[in-house]
Design a protein around this ligand. Structure first.
Ligand code: ADP
Ligand code: MG
Length: 356
């Protein structure tokens, strides 16, 4: 029968998307400047995430995949100012329970050898062996849900759709993380290797977008650079938008929205898919209300299309709550009504200047 651990794990890792999100975020947390994600058969056979981050220390081998083990949180106070993605220590332990799972890791000092770590379903370390490896960590997830027949069937049935959602999420990370080189590939049949997309490290978000969506994309885009001045002491919710941040009051905090948006010109195709990527402090997020504001304002300039949006909302870590959903992709913005009002004004002003 299913163990409690298996059932709980199924709540953290619900699909291909959660696997990829957790593993890529671990690589980013490890300081990687290169992340390679290799899918086999759309992820049904395997998902491998290889990074050049700092690797796993030998003293952590025993605990790394145990439930609630994390190296990222030292005090409870850290929770509010958290900069890393992870902190709950649930991803690796869940993957042990739900897939055939192993890790190869090497630290700079271990070169040129690495260690392969294999685990029991409980997350307990089963054994280690020495293998050739470059510095960094490779996490391998084979036959996800192999031990949950109903979920496995469901995944097999929906895999095309899930895989395209996964690609969208990976594209979002690849475009926003300017310090990281991404390479995503999917091997459908043996011997054939298809690169889905790749980006370089230390390039702008604009260059990343061109790498992912094609150079033609750049012609359709205008920069987003909105500075919203939020005044939280005002109980009516009205806000003032000022461009000069040196005149800030004590109660107010600035919100910046930085990125790219398709110009609101009606014309032939713009060579860009209908994609909208929102981030809060560089984390991909679902922001339905923000999305709605973008669409509605844009629609008043271009009835025939919704905009391509790549928007990073940059604000104080105490101006939002991240952990309202287990996957951390739904975020509660404080003062959201005021922010949306201010955003609509700023977007209208931006489009005014670009409506031909
Ligand atoms: P969390 O990210 O919440 O800490 P995880 O289960 O995702 O929990 O990971 C557990 C621990 O494994 C991390 O805290 C980290 O120490 C280590 N780890 C996971 N992935 C990597 C990686 N790619 N590189 C280095 N360390 C890693
Ligand atoms: Mg993690």
């Amino acid at each position: 029968g299913r163990s409690v651990h298996q059932i709980q794990s199924g709540q953290v890792i619900v699909d291909l998307i959660s696997v990829c999100k957790e593993l890529v975020e671990n690589s980013i947390d490890a300081g990687a400047t290169s992340i390679e994600v290799r899918f086999k058969n759309n992820g049904l056979d395997a998902i491998e995430v290889q990074d050049n981050g700092l690797g796993i220390a030998p003293e952590d081998y025993e605990t790394i995949a145990l439930k609630h083990y994390t190296s990222k949180l030292s005090t409870y106070d850290d929770l509010s100012s958290l900069q890393t993605f992870g902190f709950r220590g649930e991803a690796l332990s869940s993957l042990c329970a739900l897939s055939k799972f192993y890790i190869i890791t090497a630290r700079a000092s271990d070169e040129p050898k690495g260690t392969k770590l294999e685990f029991e379903q409980s997350g307990k370390l089963k054994g280690t062996s020495v293998v050739a490896a470059k510095q960094g960590t490779t996490v391998v997830v084979e036959t996800l849900f192999h031990n949950l027949p109903v979920r496995r069937k469901e995944l097999e049935k929906n895999v095309k759709r899930e895989y395209s959602k996964v690609l969208e999420l990976l594209q979002a990370y690849a475009c926003i993380r300017t310090g990281v080189k991404f390479n995503i590939s999917n091997q459908i049949a043996k011997g054939k290797k298809a690169v889905s997309f790749s980006t370089n490290a230390n390039t702008s978000t604009k260059e990343n977008l061109a790498n992912v969506f094609g150079a033609k994309a750049l012609l359709a885009l205008i920069p987003l650079d909105l500075h919203l001045e939020m005044n939280s002491s005002n109980h009516t919710g009205a806000t003032q938008r000022v461009r000069n941040s040196s005149t800030q009051e004590e109660e107010s905090h600035a919100v910046k929205i930085i990125g790219h948006i398709s110009r609101p010109v009606v014309g032939e195709g713009r060579g860009l898919p209908d994609r909208q990527m929102f981030f809060v402090n560089s984390r991909p997020c679902h922001l339905p209300q923000v999305r709605k504001a973008f669409n509605e304002v844009y629609k008043s300039y271009n009835m025939s299309q919704s905009p391509f949006v790549f928007a990073d909302i940059q604000l104080d870590t105490n101006a939002y709550d991240v952990n309202v959903s287990p996957d951390k992709r739904t975020i509660m913005l404080h003062d959201q009504a005021a922010l949306l009002e201010s955003l609509r004004d700023a977007l209208a002003e931006l489009f005014e200047g670009h409506d031909q």
